[in-house]
Design a protein around this ligand. Structure first.
Ligand SMILES: [Zn+2]
Length: 189
């Protein structure tokens, strides 16, 4: 079972299998695992949507054979997951890489950010909704030569540098709707 977070992933917690507090209406405290366990007599794994995508990259995709990698999705939100030394990064909670704080030059980009919690965290500056809020149109309608792409590449690069410096992954994999734009990847590189 894979879901958007935040999730309770601690098997010893009484609320294991539940979504915790989310701004998405009607989803706080919803138990995702118990109804499926009651309906099907099968083993159940439970993790974030982005960790499930990361495990799929590890099993079938761009992370095959690696012990340490990070998968980052940039779309309606930004989230990261992956493996470090062959283990998922479950600790206090699960990684919330979308909410990394990165340098924000307000003179060059006065947009205050779109994250309801932090304003100008990574997700607030570089997610799909941030495109709409900053430029008045979704990323997919902006032309290749629009300044939005260089700014987007700058923010994503700063986030990736932080991830490299803290987790030392052998590979970074970028996915999600915003990354469908071919021009973006070489700008980040
Ligand atoms: Zn945030």
């Amino acid at each position: 079972v894979a879901s958007f977070g935040p999730l309770d992933l601690n098997p010893r917690s009484p609320t294991y299998g539940c979504i915790t507090s989310t701004p998405k209406p009607g989803w706080s405290d919803v138990d995702l695992v118990r109804p499926i366990r009651q309906a099907f007599n099968v083993p159940i794994g439970f993790d974030t949507d982005v960790n499930a995508a990361a495990l799929a990259e590890w099993r079938w995709g761009a992370a095959q054979g690696l012990q340490s990698f990070v998968y980052l999705t940039i779309g309606t939100g930004i989230g990261g997951g992956g493996l470090i030394n062959g283990q998922r990064m479950h600790g206090l909670i699960h990684p919330e890489m979308g909410h990394l704080r990165i340098p924000h030059d307000l003179a060059g980009d006065p947009f205050p950010g779109a994250c309801p919690f932090h304003g100008d965290c990574l997700e607030g500056l570089a997610s799909g909704p941030a495109f709409i809020a900053r430029w008045g149109q979704p990323a997919e309608t902006l032309p290749d030569d629009h300044p939005a792409w260089r700014l987007e590449a700058q923010y994503l690069s700063l986030a990736l540098v932080n991830i490299i410096c803290t987790l030392s992954p052998q590979r970074l994999i970028l996915g999600g709707g915003v990354m469908q734009r071919q021009r973006l990847f070489p700008l980040i590189q």
